[in-house]
Design a protein around this ligand. Structure first.
Ligand SMILES: [Fe+2]
Length: 323
């Protein structure tokens, strides 16, 4: 598609961007005049005017980075998110998060020293967001990048290297188990308690809600709960994304961990070497840039995995998720 919005945006560059099958990831959009940040109202109005085009750019390039605009705080960020009219989607998952303002949440309250492993947001839930939008309010002094990965590249490489196992996993489907503690425990990045995850402290109600999300529950003696999900797909193909097979699973993140695991749906173990190599491939294909104050990153959650590198403090990145 032609670049049609010159009066509103100029294409920039960022360190770490990659050309993937002819598309720059992320696509950096800057103010049209250098050294003129403009105000938040003109940015919001430019986004509203070019809403459809902007959405097409997110899908085409998988990631769009707004840089150099005057985005100061959660209120400004919320206005940007609301400019598009995309519906909000409630977060369900293990990360402890705090509500900040309207559609804006903290990204993850887990310790900054930990690496948050690559994932499609809410990949295991029946309804997942199409877009994950992140805003950098306080850039970290060191580390703390939000690397992302074009998901179809992972499938491509895994198919080249392990065609049989990949097709076996695809045919059988996957099953995951995950244990959640009781009550919030922010000492772990996966310390979100089941009460908060399911929005209730009533076990029966939690079970009803979990079932509605496609999970089964097994209560543990310590008050926590083991949730089992499956069968789930290994890869998915989404409309409008060139028939690409997205690596829409969380095998590497959950396989063989203390509180989680991943199997084929019939109980077959996933070979250790396959998981290990997959982890390397994801890292090889990752794209990362250094956060700058005021950056807003739009990720096509259907096409990219994202994570968080360990960071020095302070770092404040806020998030909104949309249908
Ligand atoms: Fe995430």
């Amino acid at each position: 598609m032609e670049f049609c919005c010159k009066e509103y945006f100029k294409v920039g560059k960022c360190e770490g961007e990659k050309l993937v099958d002819g598309e720059t990831m992320p696509l950096v959009l800057q103010p049209p005049e250098p050294n003129n940040k403009g105000d938040i109202d003109s940015l919001v109005s430019a986004l509203k005017t070019n809403k459809d085009w902007f959405e097409q750019m997110i899908i085409k390039n998988s990631a769009v980075l707004l840089r150099g605009f005057d985005v100061k705080n959660a209120q400004d960020f919320n206005e940007i998110v609301e400019a598009f009219g995309w519906d909000d989607i409630r977060y369900v998952g293990p990360a402890p998060r705090t509500h900040i303002y309207k559609r804006v949440w903290t990204a993850n309250e887990g310790p900054l020293s930990e690496f948050i492993y690559y994932h499609h947001e809410m990949v295991l839930i029946k309804e997942y967001p199409k877009k994950v939008i992140l805003f950098c309010e306080v850039p970290p002094p060191e580390g703390g990048q939000t690397p992302f990965v074009p998901s179809f590249k992972v499938t491509e490489k895994m198919l080249q290297e392990f065609p049989q196992v990949v097709e076996e996993m695809e045919a059988k489907g996957l099953k995951y188990s995950f244990s959640a503690v009781s009550k919030n425990d922010t000492s772990s990045m996966r310390g979100r308690g089941w009460e908060d995850t399911f929005g209730t402290s009533d076990r029966e109600e939690a079970e009803r809600r979990a079932n509605a999300l496609g999970m089964e529950m097994e209560w543990l003696p310590n008050g926590g709960v083991k949730t089992i999900l499956g069968p789930r797909d290994l890869t998915k193909v989404f409309d409008g994304r060139k028939g690409r097979r997205m690596w829409f699973n969380t095998i590497v993140g959950m396989h063989g961990k203390e509180i989680s695991s991943a199997f084929m749906a019939d109980g077959t173990e996933i070979p250790e070497n396959v998981v290990k190599r997959c982890e390397e491939i994801i890292e090889e294909e990752s794209i990362q840039f250094k956060w700058e104050k005021g950056d807003v990153l739009f990720l096509d959650n259907l096409a990219t995995l994202h994570g968080r590198r360990p960071s020095l403090s302070p770092r404040r990145v806020l998030v909104a998720t949309c249908k």
